[in-house]
Write a protein that binds this ligand. Structure first.
Ligand code: NAD
Length: 482
């Protein structure tokens, strides 16, 4: 179903994110007919270039990063024809009148994507208003990082609030745009089976792992000021935790969902220092030149920023009292994998005796590399070997069906951009959620700083420092294989 005609201005339209995700994503929506042919995409960035040159840049980006969907001949040209470019200075006046003229009186939905450094968010918002482009119906989309602590996030919220109402602000967390994350909500709240078991009485523990194989790459300078806690846990892992832990919202609507997520964040207990393991990766043996250790990669030999984090969290409410949530994320790990596992308790009594083996049900929600939801169930091993039990995965995503050409796969960014146009904020973070998440994170980071804690080294392409395994062992549990 096509969305209503829109004009989407991409501030930072020549940047990495615009080329890798936003432009290819919009093109795919154009191919399916969801982006209407009257809609326009307007790149706005610092470089001087013509619309024609920007269209060429967009075409190259789409060829390089477009992936997947083949379009009919001529569709790319038709898409490029919908693209304009304005050279703009976010901090000055250059280009703003041109943009104003381009946007005047079109009657289309107006959306402004702030794909620039967060230090420019305030300048952009202020100028959108002073040049008369911040009408009540306009939307702004802001990228991460949203602040680096509670004070900066609050300041950013206050700045944006001077020019835009909360219902106009779309804070992106692309993890929420993933198909499986939404399917998680469908599985949880669309079935009778799970919800009665979804609590500390039946769930032993929950694990959320987001593992990357890459190191900090060219982002070293930025990353070293941030670290795994700010870069991954405060936003992505926290959002996933909220969707698992929240109470059923009364309706699937933006504020109902976000109210429930906020309650989870506010119920998170402070984390004990001995329930946290921080790590920094070592160089790849034999390839230290291309894959150096963390400190070399970020150019800071005394860095105490973590590239790995494992922690045990508790949610102090009736549903989850006593059930640990183990979070783990890191760079240069053994595999690229993001997975949430809900590990159910043992059956109270095994009627098959111990030799049959004790088994646990595990509901696994995989976000990457292959999205999918599986439920590990115990069955009898087929054959004449007597009553032996084995675990088999029950695929709940119909992966085979999804790979058929007629079922669309939609990237997180393109789904979220279409939600912006539709005016649906369900999958975007509200200002108070972001602040609550920082309010929980800040004391943890301040504690590390006050105690002068240094992360533990871990082997490149491993599962992190041994201390992370030991933390689980002490609880008689183990991390699931990434
Ligand atoms: P980038 O450095 O590749 O691009 C920055 C863009 O901002 C360029 O188009 C540049 O022309 C424009 N710009 C800079 N100063 C300007 C000014 N004064 N006036 C007008 N335009 C100006 O950055 P990026 O990687 O595309 O990231 C953009 C934003 O998205 C950042 O907030 C980043 O943290 C966030 N983000 C990026 C990624 C990613 O994969 N690249 C992922 C998540 C979040």
């Amino acid at each position: 179903i096509p969305v209503d005609p829109f004009d989407l201005v991409i501030f930072g339209g020549t940047g990495d994110l615009a080329r890798r995700k936003i432009l290819p994503g919009l093109f795919r929506r154009f191919c399916t007919g969801q982006m209407p042919s009257e809609a326009r995409v307007i790149g706005a960035a610092r470089s001087e270039m013509s619309s024609h040159e920007y269209q060429q840049m967009a075409a190259e980006a789409i060829r390089e990063f477009g992936g997947g969907r083949e379009c009919e001949d001529g569709t790319l040209d038709a898409f490029l024809e919908r693209i304009r470019y304005v050279a703009i200075d976010a901090r000055g006046t250059g280009g703003w009148e041109d943009l104003q003229k381009l946007m005047a009186g079109t009657g289309r939905i107006e959306a402004y994507y702030f794909s620039v450094a967060p230090s420019l968010f305030g300048d952009l918002a202020e100028r959108l208003q002073s040049y008369g482009m911040a009408d009540d119906d306009a939307r702004i989309v802001v990228e991460k990082p949203f602040g680096r602590d509670l004070a900066t996030a609050r300041e950013l919220n206050n700045t944006l609030a001077k020019y835009f109402d909360e219902h106009q602000i779309y804070r992106i967390d692309h993890y929420l745009g993933k198909e499986t994350v939404q399917n998680l909500m469908a599985v949880r709240f669309g079935n009778m089976l799970f919800e009665p078991l979804w609590n500390s009485q039946f769930v032993d523990h929950i694990q959320i792992t987001v593992a990357e194989t890459v190191g900090v790459g060219g982002r070293g300078e930025y990353y070293d000021k941030s670290g795994a806690m700010r870069d991954m846990v405060q936003n992505h892992l926290m959002q996933l935790l909220c969707l698992i832990a929240m109470e059923p919202p009364a309706r699937f609507d933006p504020d109902a969902v976000r109210d429930e997520k906020l309650k989870v964040i506010r119920a998170l207990e402070p984390v004990e220092p001995h329930h946290i393991v921080r790590g920094q990766y070592e160089a790849e043996p034999g390839d230290a030149e291309n894959q150096p250790d963390y400190r070399t990669a970020v150019g800071n030999p005394r860095s105490s920023t973590e590239s790995f984090l494992a922690m045990k969290c508790h949610i102090a409410n009736w549903r989850w009292a006593g059930t640990p949530f183990y979070l783990r994320t890191g760079k240069r790990m053994s595999r690229r994998s993001s997975e949430i596992s809900i590990v159910f308790k043992d059956t109270p009594h095994s009627i098959f005796g111990d030799e049959a083996g004790r088994h646990r049900n595990v509901l696994s929600i995989r976000l990457q590399p292959d999205e999918g939801i599986t439920l590990g169930v115990t069955i009898k091993e087929p054959g004449p070997g007597g009553m032996r039990l084995i675990d088999v995965p029950l695929d709940m995503t119909f992966a085979d069906a999804l790979s058929h050409d007629d079922v669309e796969t939609v990237d997180a960014y393109e789904r979220l951009i279409m939600d912006v146009i539709r005016g649906n904020q369900t999958l975007f973070m509200r200002g108070d959620e972001v602040e609550a998440a920082w309010a929980w994170t800040d004391p943890i980071i301040e504690g590390w700083q006050a105690r002068g804690e240094v992360p533990k080294p871990y082997d490149s392409h491993s599962d992190g420092p041994d201390a992370a395994e030991q933390m689980m062992k002490r609880d008689h549990r183990a991390w699931r294989k990434v």
